[in-house]
Every structure is written in structure tokens, then in C-alpha cells.
Design a protein around this ligand. Sequence first.
Ligand code: AMP
Length: 114
Amino acid sequence: MTDCLFCKMVSGEIQPDVVYEDEDVLAFRDVNPQAPTHVLVIPKTHIATTNDLDADNVQLVSKCYLAAQQIAADAGIAERGYRMVMNCNPEAGQSVYHIHLHLLGGRPMSWPPG
Ligand code: AMP
């Protein structure tokens, strides 16, 4: 999608602070971090929201989770704990319409989220 911020990161038009990349997944530091570790893990394929997942593309979400698991281990937060979350649509606070897995850690977190 030419108009999508995260697709521009995949294409190289915009260069984020990349922490992990493979053929299907790109992970980079959130520009407005909400925790000491705050990384966004995205599929390189454009999928607007989790409502658009189906049997043909859902394996990309699995790959995002496995990448986030490795990033958490590399960041040294795997044993302490971390949060992984995908926001969907306005009431959940989604602001970029290309699915992304937030990996947050490095501080205690409360539940339920705001
Ligand atoms: P969400 O609100 O769940 O859609 O999350 C979008 C995230 O993208 C927010 O946490 C933003 O801080 C982050 N974000 C927006 N623009 C950039 C950017 N240029 N580089 C890195 N992260 C960004």
C-alpha cells in the first residue's frame, strides 16, 4: 500500500530503528516508547487490522510472535515478563492501519489496560 507508513518502512522509503528482520517480518523501535523496551513487529505484507486476518495470512501473525519472543529474550526481559498486544480499530487505540504487535517490557505493568 503506497499510503501506509509501515509499508514505507518495509520498502525502505522510511528507515525505522530496526531490531529484527527476515523475509516475512520487520521489527523496529516504537518512536514514542511506552516502556524501556517497546518494539513493533509487523508482517511485511499489508494487513490493515486483525479483522482482516484469515486462513491464508494468519501464519504471519505467528511469525510476528516468534520474532517478538526472540527480541524479548535478546533484550533480557523474557524471564521478568513482557506484554504483547495488537490493537484493533478506534476503541482499542489503533492509529496505524497495518497490523503490528507491540512488545512492551522492562517495567512492571498493570491490568486491565486503560
Ligand atoms: P497503534 O496505536 O496500536 O496503532 O500503534 C502505532 C504505534 O506506531 C504507536 O505506538 C506509535 O508510537 C508508533 N509509530 C508511529 N509512527 C512511528 C514511526 N515513524 N516509527 C516508529 N513507530 C511509530
